[in-house]
Ligand binder design. Structure first.
Ligand code: BES
Ligand code: MN
Ligand code: ZN
Length: 505
């Protein structure tokens, strides 16, 4: 059921059902606390209503509204026990990313309290950030619970959020909220696809889900089946998919604005619906996590849904190479040589380095669309996790201008991403003695050699970004606006930010 979000000007505790969540800026709280006058002016009337209990409680718990600090208070009013949660926002003013995190945490508290509705009170000024706030509500309330039966099934769903603003609401507040919810749901669609088990989401069902999304959003979509993949010469996608009884697919979703497009973006996602490693099989421990190996593809589906909602004045294409990497009598082998769509031959060394192969064909297809920006995202290497940890994307850029733009977009989106170098010195590692290029390098610099391999297939594309999302695509330590374990949808908001800010390039 969709969450109903509405905003109006209201003082704390005037709206609410049973749960009130209030965002508080630190400066004001601290200044007034030192004067022993209680909390910020924003909370003065609430404190009076609660007969001073709020300021007393805050003083005892040393709540100064530092960023992410939380204060919880239960009180009795009109015959009911009610709950009040204060969330510290630091000194403010909150950025869009901070507003999203604030609302995300609030929605999570509501889930934990089994509340079907809550009131979210904003500190002065935050009414200008309704879109990220609505995004945060959708993102924070997210959980993947469809496979629970009986007791484990959540009994209460968040159905309604009443936003109480301190200042005047923008005239387009409803539009901002609707847009925010659409974007939040688009990221949640990416999460759903990645969280679905690999017996449910495989290349054909990934494609049919993308088709459903495209149809609902008014986007154009083409799906190439196995025969078409072979006919076009996408033989690296075929190679990776050979060991599976589930055929590979190639998906092309496009958005074209009504007015003449200012720029053309092509996004590419790795869609390995399950990665056993193939003949170079992975160890058993943790292999179940490899259901997330199509998170890059899931991000493309989510991104295109968000693009359809935003309707930017640029052209956006989403490409997905989808295959299941399995060992079998028909599987590709180490030692094989296969030809890419690009024409280059590739010497296979390790069938577990399958992502770069399907991406090579997708990049060759994507560059033929002559994009201004070619951007791929993939759960590509364990080496990237070793380099940057589990919550950071490592990205590569062909020049500093696009590298800086991408960095800036990630910062504004609130996603942790760090630029890595395309070290020319390591290029030797992917030189093959028997084919045009070797699939992998040796042990050290594994994330970089994977990126160098991909670069072989971008032709003369000027602005290329490769984002290795192997770490943050899924998490067992939720934080920020990602409040649930499992798939995060990390990447979608950065790509959106890049698209939306492209007017300022
Ligand atoms: N899907 C994996 C990368 C991965 C590892 C993603 C951990 C998320 C978490 C990829 O297909 C893979 O297996 N890469 C190999 C490459 C190696 C064989 C050169 C790796 O990183 O070990
Ligand atoms: Mn692999
Ligand atoms: Zn993989």
């Amino acid at each position: 059921m969709p969450i109903k979000i509405a905003a109006k000007v209201a003082a704390p505790l005037t709206l609410s059902p049973d749960l009130s969540i209030i965002g508080v800026y630190a400066q004001r709280a601290a200044k007034n606390a030192s004067k022993k006058e209680g909390l910020s002016p924003q909370l003065a009337s609430t404190d009076r209503e609660l007969k001073g209990a709020l300021s007393a409680h805050a003083l005892r718990e040393e709540f100064t509204a530092k960023k992410d600090q939380v204060l919880t208070l239960s009180y009795f009013a009109q015959g009911k026990i009610r709950k009040l949660i204060l969330i510290g926002l630091g000194e403010g003013p909150a950025t869009a990313a901070e507003a999203r995190t604030f609302a995300g945490r609030a929605a999570r508290f509501a889930n934990n309290e089994k509340a079907s509705s809550f009131a979210l009170y904003l500190p002065p000024g935050l009414e200008a950030r309704l879109r990220p706030l609505a995004e945060g509500v959708e993102l924070g309330a997210y959980r993947f619970a469809k496979y629970f039966t009986g007791d484990r099934r959540p009994k209460v769903e968040l159905a309604e959020v009443q936003i109480g603003a301190a200042g005047k609401l923008p005239t387009d507040s409803k539009k901002q909220i609707d847009l925010g919810q659409a974007i939040g749901r688009a990221v949640n669609l990416s999460r759903d696809l990645s969280n679905e088990p690999p017996n449910v989401i495989y290349p054909a069902t990934l494609a049919s889900t993308a088709e459903k999304m495209a149809k609902a959003s008014g986007l154009k979509i083409q799906v190439f089946d196995h025969k078409e993949i072979l006919r076009r010469g996408m033989l690296l996608i075929d190679a990776v998919g050979r060991g599976s009884v589930r055929d590979p697919r190639f998906i092309h979703i496009s958005y074209v604005p009504r007015t003449k497009a200012k720029k053309k973006f092509v996004f590419v996602g790795k869609g390995v619906t399950f990665d056993t490693g193939g003949i170079s099989i992975k160890p058993a421990a943790g292999m179940q996590e490899m259901k997330h190996d199509m998170s890059g593809a899931a991000n493309i589906v989510g991104l295109m849904a968000a693009v359809a909602a935003i309707k930017p004045d640029v052209e956006v294409h989403g490409l997905i190479a989808a295959a299941e990497n399995m060992p079998d009598g028909n599987a590709y082998r180490p030692g094989d040589i296969w030809k890419s769509l690009d024409g280059k031959t590739v010497e296979i060394v390790n069938t577990d380095a399958e992502g770069r192969l399907i991406l090579a064909d997708a990049l060759a297809y994507g560059r033929a669309l002559k994009p201004d920006y070619l951007i791929d995202n993939a759960t590509l290497t364990g080496a990237c996790l070793v380099a940057l940890g589990a919550s950071c994307t490592g990205f590569y850029a062909t020049n500093d201008t696009i590298g800086d733009q991408f960095s800036k977009a990630a910062g504004l989106a609130g996603e942790t991403m760090w630029r890595m170098p395309l070290l020319e010195d390591l290029r030797d590692q992917i030189r093959s003695d028997v084919a045009d290029v070797k699939q992998t390098g040796d042990r050290y610099g594994g994330s970089i050699t994977a990126a160098l391999f991909l670069r072989e297939f971008i032709g003369d594309t000027k602005n290329w970004i490769h984002a290795d999302i192997a770490g943050p695509a899924a998490t067992d330590r939720p934080s920020g606006w990602t409040q649930a374990k499992g798939a995060t949808g990390h990447g979608v908001l950065t790509f959106l930010e890049l698209i939306e800010s492209s007017g300022h390039f």
